[in-house]
Design a binder for this molecule. Structure first.
Ligand SMILES: *Cc1c(COP(=O)(O)O)cnc(C)c1O
Length: 482
């Protein structure tokens, strides 16, 4: 067996590891936001498959010295890159406790299933979805968006599509989303066998929201050409700038056109928690399905997303399957239908719900909402500070929680500016002061700061700005000399 030979020695080692973990999180601010894993650390990991056992304490020492220091940075208060959640200390403990139960939450009749059902009930409540709506936790919004696309496919073509596959000769189904839509939606079309050419990419307006007139024209043109429009994907918080499509209007168009309305609200949908921000998502309650993440703006540790589906019957018809080894009973461990495996591609699933349940119960929706509101305010202030600085240029209006900007030294043309700002992003990261990422806004390379971080303070924003100014200046000096 693989249990400790000496439970008391294991207890001491486990306490030690837990103490280190608590210290590590308490002192996160004292370390650089990111540092590159040195060759020596990578070298320490490289070895052939270990055949002989090792002491737990030896394995642990390698972890502490060669792995733990090299985080992706997202637990740090000055991490503003991409859209990455911060996590919480108690979320980490919840992960440990979930692993202790080692629950397999594909289905059956045990505690973890009821915790996930409760988390889904809370999600339904948050978005004003009816009791018949179904929901399931996923690895993230990518999987949640895939589920949304597959359910829409079922609603358009019936569940026979599972047996027969798609026949473009018979029914050419087409979906619609703006150019600001996350790439995982395109991937979902590929994985679903619909093909990404059938996802029509619509232009956006000056605030990166879908161009409604273009959408309506494209739907009409596709219909005239014999295609069958089946799905509109709306954004509640685009990945580049946090733009929110006009959800209410899209819901009306979807209803009129007989299309499924799926909302990708990976981070933005969580703004529903806030009484002051909720208004911006008006119409989301009319969606046919919503994808969102608990691991971004709700701060549960990775990984956990969620999908809600209004038409629960279609959701089941998309995934439910049977096998003699999965027979459901009316009593005993094989009861408590429906099982979560009937709503997702996976059978075995981890107890993701526990960290969400802990987070929501410990902090309460209002405290999480306050952190979200603080992030929105921080983004607004950073935007204002950039606007007031002649060396910096805001590249998109700050809508929600994302700030896209660039450093503008004198006398560089557009191509040189792009290269300059890409280099600046790397230097900021390598300095360890903060992490920002880069993107393209209107064909210009941008520094991108996204606020989904509950640890960030006003002072952190000042440090970020000072760092960018200083590194920008020294880079500009180098370039002028060179
Ligand atoms: C992060 C993100 C995704 C992908 O979600 P994962 O949780 O990384 O799978 C999709 N859409 C948007 C808008 C996102 O920000």
């Amino acid at each position: 067996m693989l249990d400790p030979r000496d439970w008391e020695a294991f207890r001491a080692a486990a306490h030690h590891a837990l103490d280190d973990a608590v210290d590590f999180l308490r002192d996160v601010r004292e370390r650089p936001a990111w540092r590159e894993m040195p060759e020596s650390a990578k070298e320490r990991l490289r070895e052939a498959l270990p055949r002989e056992p090792s002491e737990f304490s030896d394995v642990y020492r390698t972890f502490v010295e060669a792995i733990l220091p090299y985080t992706g940075g997202n637990i740090h208060p000055r991490f503003f890159g991409w859209v990455q959640g911060t996590g919480t200390p108690s979320g980490a403990i919840a992960e440990m406790l979930a692993a202790t139960m080692n629950a397999n939450v594909g289905g059956r009749n045990h505690g973890a299933v009821y915790v996930e059902r409760q988390v889904i009930d809370w999600s339904r409540e948050l978005f004003g979805f009816p009791g018949e709506a179904t929901g399931v936790l996923t690895t993230g919004a990518s999987e949640a968006n895939l589920v949304g696309v597959l359910v829409a496919r079922t609603r358009a073509l019936g569940s026979e599509v599972r047996e027969r596959g798609l026949d473009p000769q018979r029914t050419h189904i087409t979906g619609y989303a703006s150019a600001a839509t996350h790439g995982c939606v395109r991937r979902a079309f590929e994985i679903a066998g619909i093909g990404s050419e059938a996802l029509r990419i619509l232009p956006t307006d000056g605030r990166q929201r879908i161009d409604i007139a273009a959408l309506q024209e494209r739907i009409a043109a596709d219909r005239a050409a014999g295609a069958r429009p089946f799905l509109i994907v709306a954004n509640a918080g685009t990945v580049d700038v946090g733009a929110i499509d006009p959800l209410d209007e899209l819901a009306s168009i979807a209803r009129r056109e007989g299309c499924h309305l799926h909302v990708d609200g990976a981070f933005g949908a969580l703004a529903m928690l806030s009484s002051t921000l909720r208004e911006r998502l008006k119409g989301i309650e009319r969606a046919d399905s919503i994808a969102f993440d608990f691991h971004k703006w709700a701060h549960a540790p990775y990984d956990v997303g969620c999908v809600l589906v209004r038409d629960g019957e279609a959701h089941r018809a998309t995934f439910a399957s049977e096998g003699p080894y999965l027979t459901r009973m009316t009593r005993g461990l094989a009861s408590a239908t429906p099982w979560f495996t009937d709503y997702v591609p996976e059978l075995s699933r981890s107890f993701r719900a526990l960290k969400v349940w802990f987070t929501l119960k410990e902090h309460g929706a209002d405290r999480i909402a306050a952190a979200i509101e603080r992030n929105v305010e921080q983004a607004r202030r950073l935007g204002a500070a950039i606007d007031a600085d002649a060396r910096l240029e805001l590249l998109a209006p700050v809508g929600l929680n994302v700030v896209c900007f660039r450093y503008r030294p004198q006398g560089l043309d557009e191509a040189a500016l792009d290269a300059f700002n890409d280099e600046l992003v790397i230097r900021v990261q390598e300095s360890g002061i903060a992490v920002v990422s880069s993107t393209n806004i209107g064909g210009k390379r941008a520094l991108r700061a996204c606020f989904v971080n509950h640890r960030t303070t006003e002072d952190d924003i000042r440090v970020l700005l000072d760092g960018i100014r200083e590194l920008g200046e020294s880079l500009a000096r180098e370039r002028a000399l060179g």
